[in-house]
Design a binder for this molecule. Structure first.
Ligand code: DQA
Length: 153
């Protein structure tokens, strides 16, 4: 079964508790359940993970890249949290293996502090979703499916 990876970076384990005015009241488990529904609609197996560690996220992106190359995965929906704004290494992992990656942010990072308005990931992402709340994850899975069918059939 084709896998879709949904990878979450630092502090996203705190969803629902962390600044609900900014990030909403849904927990990461709720997001997982929503993603599972959308993944199964498309016939994908969901692989949903969260880490507070940059190196672990890099390992997972590389894993996803190999799975895509082997025809076993459609790509990654990635909310890298604050690493978005700091990590050349995450960007290198995505571009190094040409991993189809939809960058997702729950909040509208462009309406926030200046340091959140730059992303190292956007230039190597195959799409970017910001400010749609946790619906962005669902949209991200649908976007990967659409890109696979339309752009990389
Ligand atoms: C975030 C935005 C980042 O700036 C922040 O560091 C996060 C969450 C979002 O989903 O809106 O951790 O990626």
């Amino acid at each position: 079964m084709t896998k879709v990876y949904v990878l979450n970076g630092p502090n996203l384990n705190l969803l629902g508790v962390r600044d609900p005015a900014m990030y909403g009241t849904e927990t990461l488990a709720d997001v997982h359940d929503r993603c599972a529904v959308v993944a199964s609609e498309h016939g994908f197996e969901l692989d949903f993970r969260q880490s507070n560690h940059e190196g672990e996220l890099i390992d997972w992106i590389q894993e996803a890249g190999h799975a895509v190359r082997d025809g076993q995965s459609i790509g990654v929906v990635l909310n890298a949290g604050a690493y978005t704004h700091t990590s050349v290494a995450l960007a290198d992992a995505i571009s190094g293996l040409s991993v189809p990656t939809i960058e997702v942010h729950i909040s509208n990072v462009h309406a926030r502090e200046a340091f959140r308005q730059h992303s190292y990931l956007s230039a190597v992402a195959s799409g970017i979703i910001v400010g749609l709340g946790t619906y962005g994850y669902e949209a991200g899975i649908r976007a990967l499916a659409h890109q696979k069918n339309v752009l990389r059939p």
